[in-house]
Ligand binder design. Structure first.
Ligand SMILES: Nc1ccc(C(=O)N[C@@H](CCC(=O)O)C(=O)O)cc1
Length: 472
């Protein structure tokens, strides 16, 4: 059954509303688990589109599921809408210009991510109804991707138990099927408690929690030499114990992100970091408590789904960008270093063509040197066969988590890429739904990749969604 044009017609018929949703969410950047206004916008649009709504998924007030259709398999489209701290930036600018000092910003393009995933779901809903095809489509509104692991909690709560396939995308420099590579990642707070005292008059009575944090960080930085080369460890100081040098710091807290290629490697590394923290507490005569904030798994690939999506993306071709899109992209590229631009081409192992915006589909067999981060889609990919696209919402070479991404978040090029990738996602969903052999192949591939051990949640059972993690 090839009625992609029908499906794409439904994408085009709804694109203005969903572009408007993306722009509204861009304008109300909310960080991990504080996405109250953004989720309200997503819920309002789902209601308008006639989806059945389930709120408070996995006891997360900013998570939502919208469902439509009857019977048949369940196709899940995954959306996000969380922003990043400290990236406030004017839209359409080609220089760093905050809107609000210290404000948040959509530095990973999740305003587009959520809206395009919903646009795909809306198109598929209309297509199912129009053609009386049995099948259900779900939009998963997932908060807190940036370290909150909301999807891992949603998986643990069973929100994906009856989903058959999951489809998502991420803003990028490229038009491609996303390589299924992500590091398992645990975020943990190390909380040190010491004893305050007068730093000049009675230093011998004080025990510094800040010293403990500093020694812990030194210890971890020495550990780096002796960890697997693809592991990553980094930290942020959440509490330095105060601003007064003459008060011995009785409390201090450091948040670590500890990443490795798989669950086992990550759990081993977490234990090594914990030992170093214990050592720092011993050296400083302070107390240490480790609190796991969140954790995500590595990604499981799915060859049949990736091939199906690649085929659709080839048929669609890269988004068509006009001269104005290219001119703005060139301005943004003027703010990037030669290394940043070279680095993006290196990730796909291809020579720089000088294109300001992607105008080609990255081949399946590209000789990649991928830049590997983490994502809570990892946990979904262990539960359900999963595939993701990348679409070029930004000028070629734009590094993520930067003001340049925020600036481009409402650009005409970003809107075009968002609509285009919604077509790719919807058509991939329709392909699996209409082809039982493809569905069976996707499930068989998934089962084989899970192996004998299967999936263990990286979240310790007692850890609940860290709804207050953004409060510091
Ligand atoms: N296609 C992408 C997927 C994830 C990210 C990303 O930056 N993720 C955060 C999330 C971390 C986490 O989930 O633990 C990170 O790696 O720090 C960036 C692009």
């Amino acid at each position: 059954m090839d009625n992609r044009n029908d499906l794409w017609r439904h994408v085009d018929a709804n694109k203005e509303r969903l572009i408007a949703l993306s722009d509204r969410v861009w304008g109300m950047p909310e960080v991990c688990y504080t996405e109250k206004r953004s989720v309200a916008e997503h819920i309002a649009e789902l209601k308008h589109q006639g989806f059945k709504i389930t709120e408070n998924v996995a006891d997360i007030p900013t998570a939502v599921i919208g469902e439509a259709g009857e019977g048949g398999p369940v196709i899940a489209f995954l959306g996000e809408y969380d922003a990043l701290p400290g990236l406030s930036q004017e839209a359409g600018a080609s220089e760093h210009k905050e809107i609000e000092t210290g404000g948040h910003g959509h530095g990973c393009g999740h305003n587009l991510l959520g809206s395009a995933a919903m646009l795909a779901a809306v198109a598929m809903k209309e297509w199912l109804a129009e053609n009386k095809i049995p099948g259900r489509v779900r939009y998963y509104g997932c908060p807190a991707e940036e370290g909150g692991a909301a999807k891992a909690f949603m998986v643990r709560a069973g929100a994906f138990d009856d989903a058959d396939v999951a489809i998502s995308w991420h803003p990028s420099s490229f038009w491609e099927v996303a390589p299924a590579l992500a590091l398992a990642n645990t975020r943990a707070d190390f909380v040190f408690t010491g004893r305050a005292s007068h730093a000049a008059a009675a230093p011998h009575l004080g025990r510094s929690a800040l010293d403990a944090v500093e020694l812990m960080n030194v210890g971890v930085n020495y550990m780096r030499e002796h960890m697997p080369s693809d592991a990553r460890v980094h930290y942020a100081l959440l509490d330095t114990g105060g601003i007064a040098p003459n008060v011995v710091q009785a409390h201090a807290r450091v948040r670590y992100s500890i990443r490795a290629r798989d669950l086992r490697g990550m759990l081993e590394l977490v234990q090594r970091v914990k030992k170093i923290a214990e050592g720092a507490a011993l050296m400083t005569e302070t107390k240490m408590e480790m609190r796991i904030v969140s954790a995500v798994s590595d990604l499981v690939a799915n060859t049949p789904l990736e091939e199906a999506m690649h085929k659709v993306m080839g048929e669609l071709g890269a988004p068509h960008f006009d001269d104005a899109d290219k001119a703005y992209a060139e301005k943004i590229r003027g703010t990037l270093s030669a290394q940043e631009i070279a680095s993006i081409w290196r990730t796909i192992g291809m020579p720089d063509t000088g294109a300001p915006l992607a105008d080609f589909l990255v081949p399946r067999d590209a000789r990649r040197n991928p830049a590997i981060g983490s994502t809570d889609i990892g946990d979904v990919s262990w539960a359900v066969p999963t595939v993701q696209a990348h679409a070029p919402t930004v000028a070629m070479g734009t590094p993520f988590h930067t003001w340049q991404v925020v600036a481009q978040g409402k650009s005409p090029a970003a809107h075009k890429a968002m609509v285009h990738v919604a077509k790719a996602m919807a058509a991939t969903g329709a392909a699996v739904l209409s082809d039982p052999a493809l569905m069976a192949a996707a499930k068989a591939d998934h089962k084989a990749r899970l192996g004998k051990e299967g999936y263990t949640s990286p979240l310790p059972p007692e850890v609940k969604p860290p709804l207050t993690m953004s409060l510091g």
